[in-house]
Every structure is written in structure tokens, then in C-alpha cells.
Design a protein around this ligand. Sequence first.
Ligand code: FES
Ligand code: FE2
Length: 370
Amino acid sequence: MNDLASVLRPIETARGLPGRCYTEASALDEERRRIFGRGWFCIAFASDLAAPGDLMPVDAMGTALLLVRTGEGDIRCFHNVCRHRGVRLVDEPQRGRTAVRCPYHSWTYDLEGRLRATPHIGGVGRHEAPGFCKGDRGLVPVRAAMWLDMVFADLSGAAPALEDWLAPLLARWRHFPLARYRPADTEPIRLRLEANWKLAVENYCEAYHLPWIHPELNRISPLADHYPIVGAAFSGQGSHCYAARGELPAAGDRPLAEYVALYPNLLLGAHMDHFFAMRLDPLAPDLTAEDARLWCLEAAAGAPAYAGARDRLRARWQDVFGEDVGVVERMQQGRRSPAFDGGCFSPVMDGPSHAFHRWAADRLGAPEPA
Ligand code: FES
Ligand SMILES: [Fe+2]
């Protein structure tokens, strides 16, 4: 574990997380327990369960979860496992259900997770059994909460309230029209990255690579105008000079844009005319699914008059996100090298990336450096 201690040193002498943290299955297991298992992370977008009775299975770092849109329109999260013999209950999204029925012996739960039917449990034709209480065998709930359209889970059940955890970021972003963003009527941007999820975060945190990897974006939002952002559970970079295209209604004309990784697995982008969130789904040490959604201000989120502008915005971000894939995958390849010692950081340009390394190393149990 000593190789983690060097991550906590001051940035000038710090090393990054060692290669094993990106390549070994045991490292992903550690992260499942110590990072994803201990606080809020984003598991889905609520608009994928638009109507009451929509069900969606979610594989959250190997934990089978089930999201349900109830009759009242609320989102509920449960462990996706039958309380009888442990069958995974739902394996595909379903629409318009009034109940969740296990395919094995047909035990049936309502959308609030209560066990409602146990056919033949007491013998053929007897649907009750002595000593068996349905009230004890409802679906096991998972603590979940929403912000904008993002659904967060806290598998520990012990994290601070989501709003408290988000409060520092929301205070920072009070100049952005967060309350007015609505999910945009556009297709998701989905990418598959042959790289560890942390590399997507690290790459997102820094603007240093802009001139070489995103020359077009660098023209709209040049590297020289960027500044670093470091919070307790987020880091990234911002620009004072984001030249919006002007095709979408904006909440004022301040040319402000901020790009922040909200640890562990959300990459957020705030602008005056739109917002985006990319959810990272760690599938394997060297495989990550990315799922990004856009938001626009109320008037532009769904109106047909803005359909073209929304599509152009989506295409632009798809290009930018796509530009990162090659280098991020090459960082993954470099992490298998015996010569890789965790790398080092530019004291000026890499502060937000180092902040993420520190956060992760701390959760992974790094001892304070001597
Ligand atoms: S395992 Fe689900 S009803 Fe038996
Ligand atoms: Fe990038």
C-alpha cells in the first residue's frame, strides 16, 4: 500500500496512482467496496424511466439493482433479487408494469417493493404458509435520490444527504441556471472506452491537453483562458471565455463554462445555455461505458424550433468526447508498462487531476506520507 502514500505528497513530488490500480481485478474490487460502496454515485438517468410502471435493471459495479417508477411517479431503487431463492428479478427494461413478478416461482412484488403474492407457498392452492409473513420479505430497498435527471445511489445507506453532499458544488454554480435546465430531447451520447474509469475522470479534470487533442474546442475556449477548480469531492477546470454559438436561449451573456468531475463517476459541464452530464460505468479494470445526456433551458429543451440547434450541440460534444478516447486508451496501455511509476503532475496544470488521485488514494486507505 506504500505506493499509495506517495500520491498524498505535495503535487511537486507526488506520484499518481500506480499501474495496478488500473489493470487488476482486485483493484476494481477494492474500489467497489471503498469508493462506490461508501457514498453517492450516479446509477442512471431518470428520464429512461419516463412513465409509471417503468422498470429498469442497473448493474452498479456488479451489484444488481432495480429502478422503478411508481404509480405516483416517484423513483424507487431496490436490490434486484427475489427474496425467495435469490433470482435476479428483472433483466431487461420493462414498461407499464403494475408489479414485479419473479419468473421462477411467480412471487410478485408491487412497485413499492411489498411482497403481494406467493402462489402455492403452502401447497397447491394454498397461497399462504404457516409462519411465513409477506411483510418480512419485501424487496430490499437501496437509498437513492435525484438531482436534475440524475439518479444517485448510496449503497452504504450512511452517506450524508445528497443535497448536503452536493451543496459545495451547487454553491459554486449559483451563477448557472441549474433550476431552469430540462433534459434535452436528443439521443444519449454513448461511448465505450477500453480504459479504466479513473482515466476518464483524470482526463476530464484537466485542460492541459486541449491544444493537441481538441484543437477546434480550443478555438472556442482557449487553454489560456482556463482556470483550475478543486473542491472536496469534485475537481475540474473552467473558462472565462466560452464563446457560445448563440443558437440556444441562454440565461445571460456571461461567457462562463465549467467542467467538473463529481467524484466518483460523473463528468459535468455547465454553461449558460446548456448543461451536460456523462455517467461512467466501470465494467472491468480496462473497460468503461460512457453515457452522456444534455440539458437546455426550458424553452429550448423540447421545442421543435430548436431541434436543429440541439442536434448540432449534441454532435459537437460527441466529437469532443470522441477525441479523448484515443489518448485515454493509450494511458491505459501505458499503465501495463513495468516502467510506469504512477507518473507525475505539472504543479500548475494538473492540480485538479492530482486532487482526484488524492481523493481516491485516501479512500483506498493510503497512509499519510512520512
Ligand atoms: S426465486 Fe423468486 S419466486 Fe422463487
Ligand atoms: Fe478532453
